[in-house]
Design a protein around this ligand. Structure first.
Ligand code: CA
Length: 375
């Protein structure tokens, strides 16, 4: 089999009710989809997490290495693409573009053998995953404490056993919102917080101390990704586990974080950190260093299916009859084409099934892709 074409689709759509996290106001959802065609008629789809036009240009740069190559030779292609731009980008958009290509190649491989990707990756270790709701962003509510409490109670009603609240808007505000959400969901649902690196270590520790009594599941990105010493300080000062890694890339980027145990939970994004090929390696490294692995997910149904294929093979940590199973981040915020470009992936009582169809296990709707394509 040979690759015959590599197509890129930067997508975007405005949302009805913009929302904020500590770094930005979201008024538009975007994605970069990649479609790889072969001479046997098999087509694979992938998604990159990052600025779509920049990612598209990275993928176009890789195309001449891809066309004519054997899509089954996954590690060989990964190394060739990584080396192609290594001198110019070991992190960021270069690796995000590589991730999209890698995922599309896994989709082709699964379809070629007629099995889901997780079978080719040695699984499944699990066929379903507990999802946590990502939402609880700040909207233009009159009273955000009431708005967030209502939204959080809705997730419990829907069956979610865990959810994540955005913080990083100022310590007093964050404490009030955490109180409100914990009050709304009771003691039985898990609550995590995410500052999107909106604090320095001093502020992150100050916030953590004031909300530790709420049994916070983890404190995500308390400080900027470059400030690994800051992570270490936060981790040492608080009883709350510290999570991060959605802004880190490849096994090389995670090597020192894991060896030094700077995070309690690593969260590589499969559509950003190097694709399924690389993230399986990072997941194995995390297990070897005794660090939890919970992938970051913030994309369309392609990104969600990709995360589920990986989650099916993330090692048990630690192995045993009662292991600590990885969770799936299930974005509940507004997204016009999340499940327009693929069939809907649903949860039942907070549990999501790993897709079992060939490849990623989803069909992509090309008409929907064309509809949301950037002009
Ligand atoms: Ca996050």
């Amino acid at each position: 089999m040979k690759i015959t074409a590599v197509n890129v689709y930067p997508l975007s759509a405005p949302i009805r009710e913009p929302f904020r996290f500590s770094q930005a106001r979201v008024g538009t959802r975007v994605a970069l989809l990649v479609e790889i065609e072969t001479d046997e008629g098999i087509v694979g789809w992938g998604e990159g997490y990052g600025p779509p036009r920049l990612l598209a240009s990275v993928v176009e740069n890789y195309a001449e290495l891809l066309v004519g190559a054997d899509p089954l030779a996954g590690d060989a292609i990964w190394e060739a693409l990584y080396n192609r731009l290594r001198d110019h980008g070991q992190k960021g958009v270069v690796i995000q573009g590589l991730s999209a290509v890698d995922i599309a190649l896994w989709d082709i491989r699964g379809k070629a053998f007629g099995v889901p990707v997780h079978r080719l990756m040695g699984g499944p270790l699990r066929t379903e995953v507990q999802a946590y709701a990502t939402g609880l962003y700040l909207k233009d509510w009159d009273d955000p404490a009431i708005g967030l409490a209502d939204e959080a109670a809705g997730y419990v009603e829907e069956g979610f056993k865990a959810m994540k609240l955005k913080v990083g808007f100022g310590i007093d505000h964050d404490v009030q919102m955490t109180d409100a959400v914990r009050g709304a969901i009771g003691d039985h649902a898990a609550l995590m917080i995410d500052a999107n690196h909106g604090y320095d270590a001093v502020s992150a520790i100050a916030l953590g101390r004031r909300i530790e009594h709420h049994r916070i599941g983890w404190f995500e990105e308390p400080v900027p990704p470059e400030d690994l010493r800051g992570y270490r300080e936060v981790k040492a000062a608080l009883s709350i586990p510290v999570a991060g890694g959605e802004c880190e890339f490849t096994r090389f980027g995670f090597r020192d974080i894991l060896a030094e145990r700077m995070f309690d939970v690593v969260q590589p994004d499969t559509c950003a950190a190097g694709g399924l090929t690389e993230c399986k390696k990072i997941a194995d490294m995390a297990a070897a260093f005794g660090v939890r692995y919970v992938p970051h997910v913030w994309g369309t149904g392609i990104a969600i299916a990709t995360a589920l294929q990986l989650l099916a093979v993330v090692p048990r940590n630690p192995p045993g009859l009662y292991p600590n199973e990885p969770m799936m981040e299930f974005d509940q915020s507004e997204h016009p084409f999340r499940f327009e470009v693929t069939p809907r992936i649903s949860h039942r009582d907070g549990i999501v099934q790993v897709p079992t169809g060939p490849g990623l296990g989803i069909e992509v709707d090309r008409d929907a892709v064309m509809h949301y394509r950037m002009g």
